[in-house]
Design a binder for this molecule. Structure first.
Ligand code: LLP
Length: 405
């Protein structure tokens, strides 16, 4: 039994399951290594907190010097509470309401507009302000169709051909465009797509038309391996290409600008493990089905995207291998964490570790079937601490009772 396995079983027994466990050191390492891969002196990493908004993780990254990519007023407010200064956040929501624009404006966080309608609205509400503009890079990339964000078929960003309208709005409302932003997609395992997006955006920026730029932000999307045969991008080479492209642009622009990225998955995906316990086994005419004490509302990626999450049977790593469906406790047939997965023999009471559960797992959670979200634990320097306690059933019921209690 390796170190990782015995620690995880210890945590499952100490805190109970289901349980999210995060490796704080790996999060720090991933954040730091981006700075070694991308050697641009004015590199800024804005962690995409939508991937995992656990406050311990936010604080850890805040101490490292990260900024935050935020997408809702509550994300901004939580970021502020976690100690991030407004200057270290960027607000990139879509379909913002007037109320939302006012609420975020009050915090002093820079806003990034991705539609002409909202840029115009913001300009008339707050003429003379600084803004960031999100352009659509016209490159389609991402691990699943649902998470590709570039290209004319998606709702994101202002098309490059509409830049003249952006400039017209900015001029009429005296808006100072201090940043240009784009995001291509999530889980991109092909660095060429990101580089192509960078080129498309930078080629569209005419220095005289955008004299006030402080930064260009190329979003997130850096992929990490999920399946055993997924290859990891050669980030050192990728980083060199990024720096080359950006430095050529800055020479043309006439100023060394800040180079920003907004990774979520890259920083936290691999640092998370979701622990569940087997409490049911069926042999349905040869199809082995193992039932666990969690379900898709607590980790929805397999059901929602067909995402693969690697699994280990922590309790019986040397067992004879069989093929299983790993199913949850929710009243839907699609409630499966894995289908036809080969794993060492599973017995009632075994703990299973669902890997790469740090990004978009807890964050996309819900309480369908009225099962409260699990607790989260963070481990750093060999010490574990509760990062957020899950609600008890009665606490959830109190919440549901609301005003009728
Ligand atoms: N910046 C913007 C503007 C974004 O929309 C996103 C992700 C990111 C940064 C961070 O992307 P990342 O580095 O994490 O790939 N729920 C999906 C992923 C959705 C990503 C949405 N936007 C999943 O579970 O795969």
């Amino acid at each position: 039994m390796n170190q990782d396995t015995s620690n995880l079983i210890g945590l499952a027994e100490k805190y109970g399951t289901p349980l999210y466990v995060y490796d704080g050191e790996l999060i720090r390492q991933r954040y730091r290594e981006l700075h070694t891969f991308i050697s641009w002196p004015k590199l800024r990493i804005y962690y995409a907190m939508k991937a995992n908004a656990n406050v311990r993780i936010l604080k850890l990254l805040g101490k490292e010097g990260a900024g935050l990519d935020t997408v809702s007023p509550a994300e901004v407010l939580l970021g502020l509470r976690a100690g991030f200064a407004p200057e270290r956040m960027l607000y990139t929501a879509n379909n913002m309401t007037d109320g939302e624009i006012r609420e975020v404006r009050k915090t002093g966080v820079l806003m990034n507009f991705e539609s002409l309608v909202h840029l115009e609205k913001f300009g008339s509400m707050f003429p003379g302000s600084e803004v960031c503009v999100r352009l659509n890079p016209d490159v389609m990339a991402g691990y699943f169709d649902k998470i590709k964000t570039g290209g004319a078929l998606t709702k994101f960003g202002i098309l490059l051909q509409d830049i003249p309208q952006v400039l017209d709005i900015a001029q009429r409302h005296r808006l100072n465009i201090v940043g240009i932003h784009e995001h291509t997609g999530s889980g991109i395992n092909n660095s060429d797509a990101v580089l192509q997006s960078m080129r498309n955006i930078l080629d569209a920026i005419i220095p005289e038309a955008f004299p006030g730029l402080r930064f260009v932000d190329f979003g997130g999307g850096f992929g990490v391996p999920y399946k055993p045969d997924d290859r990891r991008i050669d980030y050192a080479t990728f980083g060199r290409h990024i720096t080359d492209i950006f430095s050529a642009f800055c020479r043309r622009y006439g100023k060394e600008l800040e180079l920003c990225f907004e990774p979520g998955k890259y920083i936290v995906a691999e640092a998370g493990t979701f622990l569940v316990q087997v409490n049911n086994l069926k042999d349905n005419r040869g199809r082995l089905i193992a039932g666990v004490n969690s379900g898709f509302p607590q980790l929805i990626r397999p059901m929602f995207y067909g995402a693969y999450h690697h699994m280990d049977n922590l309790s019986n790593p040397g067992g004879k291998r069989n093929v299983y469906d790993i199913v949850g406790n929710i009243c839907e047939t699609g409630d499966r964490f894995a289908e036809q997965r080969e794993l060492p023999e599973i017995r009632i009471g075994d703990y299973l570790a669902i890997r790469n559960a740090g990004a978009y797992c807890y964050a996309m959670g819900g309480v369908y079937n009225l099962r409260p979200m699990p607790s989260e634990v963070i481990v750093e320097n060999g010490k574990d601490r509760l990062a957020r306690r899950g609600l008890t059933n009665s606490e959830l019921v109190e919440q549901m009772m609301g005003e009728s209690a």
